[in-house]
Design a protein around this ligand. Structure first.
Ligand code: TRP
Ligand code: SF4
Length: 322
């Protein structure tokens, strides 16, 4: 089980670092992938005009990347009210100290321009419910989510202990090895820096962005030999997108100054565009039939919901509720 907040369009970094892994996992495990719109509300409650759009666009990005609704269950978090009810119940057994000391949450609060809300404080508990409600054992996430997941394990253990059950497995992280792709300007890839290539970008847009990528700063003239190791963006992208042979040729020609940086970027643009072509095709297909995407999210939601209802029923029974 994993999720993403629908806060904007996804870029190549999300694809290489997260989605590609999900696509592999969907062939190895039954998978649940949640568009966590309630989690988006924990910080974006005052700017909800684009939320619906963002949910659909995120679904399109996932489908484009190759998440297959025949294999994996994709759904919108808020279509499952049982998640909210379970969140309420699990919040009762969660010591406030656990969430107050969550370093990932502290980082989120530090970036905020306002006081911490009650809802944001519950972020890790809500995420725990995402995972436990479908009784997932493995959670593919990045390093930044490990602190949240530690709380999930603690809550699962505490619930089992309090109500003498083994209902919840302690969910384990499935860490992704691939390093996050850097932005075209060498900073973290993201919308705030305008340095990202989006899954929804066309081949032309992609090429005009690749053109702006930084290269080895010491290579001033075309005749200067370059140092691929100091080419923080273009060469790094070759390491992500090119096969070993093409990488070696690039490094060699760079060092020998037999390849110019513009040429090098041009080839990189072609490499990226070749790999993005099937994604763009799938994206366009689904984008032309948004009703189909909504149906598919609803079907996924029904399937996930049935599982959440089962979990909630068991929780209520174990807690001996009215
Ligand atoms: N907090 C996660 C993130 O920001 C998103 C998320 C929501 C999630 N629910 C989840 C991740 C459940 C894993 C499992 O990336
Ligand atoms: Fe980077 Fe390629 Fe230029 Fe070498 S030739 S510095 S690898 S862009």
């Amino acid at each position: 089980m994993s999720g993403m907040r629908p806060t904007g369009k996804l870029h190549l970094g999300h694809y290489m670092g997260v989605l590609k892994n999900w696509v592999t996992l969907q062939d190895q495990y039954p998978c649940f992938f949640s568009i966590a719109d309630w989690h988006a509300l924990t910080t974006k409650y005052d700017d909800t005009a684009s939320l619906k759009d963002n949910i659909l666009e995120m679904a399109l990005d996932w489908l484009a990347a190759g998440i297959d609704p025949q294999k994996a269950t994709l759904f919108v978090q808020s279509s499952i009210p049982e998640i909210a009810e379970l969140h309420l119940l699990l919040s009762m057994i969660t010591p406030a100290k656990w969430v107050q000391t969550d370093p990932t949450l502290k980082d989120m609060v530090a970036m905020l321009h306002e006081d911490l809300s009650y809802g944001l404080l519950g972020y890790p508990v809500l995420q725990t419910v995402d995972i436990l409600s479908v009784r997932a054992g493995l959670v593919p996430v990045g390093k930044d989510q490990l602190a949240h997941l530690e709380i999930s394990r603690d809550i699962a253990r505490r619930f089992n202990h309090l109500y003498q059950t083994d209902l919840f497995a302690e969910p384990r992280p499935l860490l992704t090895e691939t390093p996050m792709l850097i932005g075209l300007d060498g900073r973290k890839m993201g919308k705030s820096f305008n340095n990202a290539i989006y899954l929804s970008d066309s081949a032309e847009e992609t090429w005009s962005k690749v053109k702006t990528a930084i290269t080895d700063p010491a290579r001033v003239k075309r005749t200067d030999p370059g140092t691929p190791e100091n080419c923080e963006v273009v060469y790094k992208y070759y390491q992500a997108f090119a096969d070993a042979n093409a990488q070696a040729v690039t490094a060699e020609e760079c060092r020998a100054a037999s390849r110019g940086c513009m040429d090098c970027k041009k080839q990189l643009g072609e490499l990226i565009n070749a790999q993005m072509a099937p994604l763009r095709e799938r994206r366009a297909l689904y984008a032309s039939d948004k009703a189909q995407v909504e149906t598919l999210l609803k079907t996924g939601g029904d399937k996930a919901r049935a599982r959440c209802q089962e979990t909630l029923q068991q929780v209520k029974t174990l807690m001996k509720l009215f």
